[in-house]
Design a protein around this ligand. Structure first.
Ligand code: 13P
Ligand code: SF4
Length: 322
C-alpha cells in the first residue's frame, strides 16, 4: 500500500544519506528481507549477519533481528554505529541465561571449556571460551571433543542435546529454550507426514529431540534453505520460524513448503512458529531508527571491558568458520 511504499522510499534515501546498510535475519518479515536485498544489505543466518556486518564498509549498520545480533555487530565493529529498529526485540534464550547464574555454573566446573550459543548477552559471551551459531556448532564441538575437552554448553538445551548425541562429547547443559522452536510437536508432525509421505522434513536444531529425530535434514536457517534447494523432494515440511519461507521459496521455486505443526490453537501456543521479537522489526521502526534524532531507543552500546572479552570467543568462531 501507499504508506508502505512511502516508508520504503524514505528508508532507501536515509540509508544512502547516512552511509548505512540493512542487515536482516531470515525470520524478519518478507518486506524487510526484500528491502535489505534491494538496498545492497544482507539477509542471512546469524553467522553470516555477523560476518557481513563486520566486513561491510558502511559507517552504520541497521540490524533487523534481535538484540544479541546487534550486540554481536557492536562487539565486532566498535567503530560503527549499530542501530536496531527496536531495542525491545530480545530472545527467550538470552533472557533465560542471566550472567550471574551462568557464571556460577561455570565457576562450579572450572575444568570445562565454556561454549555458548550466539543467542546470548555480551556478558555471557564475555564469560565464554567459544561462541557458536547453529551453522557451525557441530563442527566446533567435534573439534573440542577431539582435543579431549569437557564442555559447558549454554543456553539452548535442545541444540545442546542434538550436538551431544551427534558428537558423543561430554556436555554439561544449561536448560534454556527457544519459545518458537520448542512448540513444534512430533505427534502432529507424524500425522502430517502421513498426509505427505514423499515430503522431506527440515528441522532447526532448536526444536525438541522428538522432532529432530524425524528430520531428513537438520541445520541452521541457511542450511535448511540449501536443503530445500538441493534435495530431490518436491515437498518439504519445515520446522522453523515461518519467516524462512520467503527465501526458501525463492531458492526452491515450484516446490511445496508446508509449516510443521506447533502446539496448536493460539490459546496454548506462545509463539506459533513466528518469533514475537523478530516480528517487531517493521518498516516504521526501521524508518524511525534512521530518522529519530534521539537514538536512545535504537542504538546498541556494549561496555568496553565486556566487549574486549567477548571479542575473543567470537573471533575464535569466525576464524574457525573461515
Ligand atoms: P540461525 O543462526 O540458524 O539463523 O538461527 C538463529 C536464530 O535462532 C535466530 O533466532
Ligand atoms: Fe530467540 Fe527463538 Fe526468537 Fe530465535 S526464534 S530470536 S532463538 S526466541
Amino acid at each position: 500500500d501507499v504508506q508502505k511504499q512511502d516508508y520504503k522510499a524514505r528508508i532507501k534515501q536515509l540509508l544512502i544519506d547516512q552511509n548505512a546498510v540493512l542487515v536482516a535475519h531470515y525470520y524478519t518479515d518478507p518486506e524487510i528481507q526484500a528491502l535489505a536485498e534491494e538496498t545492497g544489505g544482507c539477509v542471512s543466518d546469524s553467522l553470516e549477519m555477523a560476518r557481513f556486518g563486520r566486513d561491510h564498509p558502511a559507517k552504520t549498520l541497521i540490524v533487523a533481528g534481535v538484540k544479541f545480533m546487534g550486540e554481536t555487530a557492536k562487539i565486532l565493529s566498535p567503530e560503527k554505529t549499530i542501530l536496531m529498529p527496536t531495542l525491545e526485540a530480545t530472545c527467550s534464550l538470552d533472557l533465560g541465561c542471566p550472567i550471574d547464574q551462568f557464571s556460577e555454573f561455570c565457576d562450579a566446573h572450572p575444568d570445562h571449556t565454556v561454549v555458548v550459543y550466539a543467542n546470548t548477552s555480551a556478558a555471557v559471551k564475555a564469560r565464554a571460551d567459544w561462541v557458536v551459531t547453529s551453522s557451525i556448532a557441530l563442527e566446533i564441538v567435534e573439534h573440542l571433543d577431539s582435543e579431549g575437552k569437557k564442555i559447558i554448553w549454554g543456553p539452548d538445551r535442545h541444540l545442546g542435546s542434538y550436538i551431544a548425541k551427534q558428537t558423543g562429547a561430554e556436555m554439561l547443559m544449561w536448560q534454556g529454550d527457544c519459545i518458537v522452536h520448542d512448540e513444534f510437536k512430533s505427534k502432529a508432525l507424524l500425522e502430517l507426514k502421513k498426509l505427505h509421505p514423499d515430503a522431506a522434513i527440515l528441522v532447526h536444531p532448536e526444536s525438541p529431540a522428538s522432532v529432530v529425530e524425524m528430520a531428513d535434514a537438520v541445520g541452521s536457517t541457511s542450511q535448511l534453505i540449501k536443503a530445500a534447494q538441493t534435495m530431490d523432494n518436491q515437498t518439504f515440511i519445515v520446522a522453523t520460524d515461518r519467516g524462512i519461507f520467503y527465501k526458501m521459496q525463492q531458492a526452491a521455486p515450484g516446490k511445496t513448503l508446508i509449516e510443521a505443526p506447533t502446539g496448536g490453537n493460539g490459546a496454548t501456543c506462545k509463539s506459533c512458529a513466528h518469533c514475537p521479537w523478530m516480528a517487531m522489526n517493521g518498516l516504521q521502526a526501521i524508518e524511525a531508527s534512521l530518522s529519530d534524532t534521539d537514538k536512545s531507543n535504537h542504538e546498541i552500546f556494549v561496555d568496553d571491558a565486556l566487549r574486549i572479552k567477548a571479542l575473543i570467543p567470537l573471533t575464535r568462531m569466525l576464524d574457525f568458520a573461515k
